[in-house]
Design a protein around this ligand. Structure first.
Ligand SMILES: [Zn+2]
Length: 210
């Protein structure tokens, strides 16, 4: 069973507008065809509390189960659906952001929602604390620092100096980064030094011990 908020039916500012809506439609189609192909009954409930009342949700689930030849769970009609907690759209949005953060391994350090584009501090599994908008968290963006680290490759010279990238080494040594990268690729000595790629773990360890 999936509850569909308004973003499944029309572009919503919080859900990245037109672009988000196009992606949403693709995801919804993919989910439907996956369920169909795998014998999973998918019940989509539209905009509960707006387009769908609580009791009509119960009717929709009952109808879907019956049409699919499935048994109703015991006590289905007795479940008390009154006094359910009512959440605002931004509360629901914030919960989705928190779930997306959790899935991406990011810890949100501020526990209140100020807006889709109001950046919040997040901490990644590597301990980087960066600012991210709820919107970008929902889009599944990873930690910016980790992203930068993935793009840069640290290296070590045989004299013990470590650099966060070929470009950083080149700057200090007064050459272009192509010269450094070529030396690494061809395993050649460079200015009499041996240059080798190291992991970020080694880089952090070595630069701390220096
Ligand atoms: Zn990180």
């Amino acid at each position: 069973m999936e509850h569909h908020g308004a973003q499944h039916y029309e572009p919503q500012e919080n859900w990245s507008g037109n672009r988000g809506f196009r992606i949403q439609k693709v995801h919804d189609r993919t989910r439907r065809s996956f369920c169909k192909a795998n014998g999973i009954l998918l019940v989509e409930i539209r905009e509960l509390g707006k387009r769908t009342t609580i009791e009509s949700m119960r009717r929709q689930i009952r109808k879907a189960l019956c049409e699919d030849g499935r048994h109703l769970p015991a006590g289905f009609d007795e479940v008390d659906l009154t006094n359910l907690p009512v959440m605002s759209e931004s509360q629901v949005y914030w919960i989705e952001v928190q779930e997306a953060a959790q899935a991406a391994g990011l810890e949100i350090l501020r526990q209140s929602f100020l807006g889709a584009d109001k950046a919040v501090s997040v901490r990644c599994p590597h301990g980087h604390v960066t600012l991210k908008t709820p919107r970008s968290i929902l889009q599944g963006r990873q930690c910016d620092e980790c992203y930068m680290e993935q793009r840069k490759k640290p290296l070590r010279l045989s004299d013990g100096r470590v650099f966060e990238s070929g470009a950083a080494a080149a700057k200090v040594l007064g050459v272009t980064k192509e010269v450094v990268n070529k030396a690494i690729r061809n395993d050649r000595l460079f200015n009499g030094f041996r240059v080798e790629r190291i992991s970020w773990e080694e880089f952090r360890h070595l630069s701390e011990s220096c």
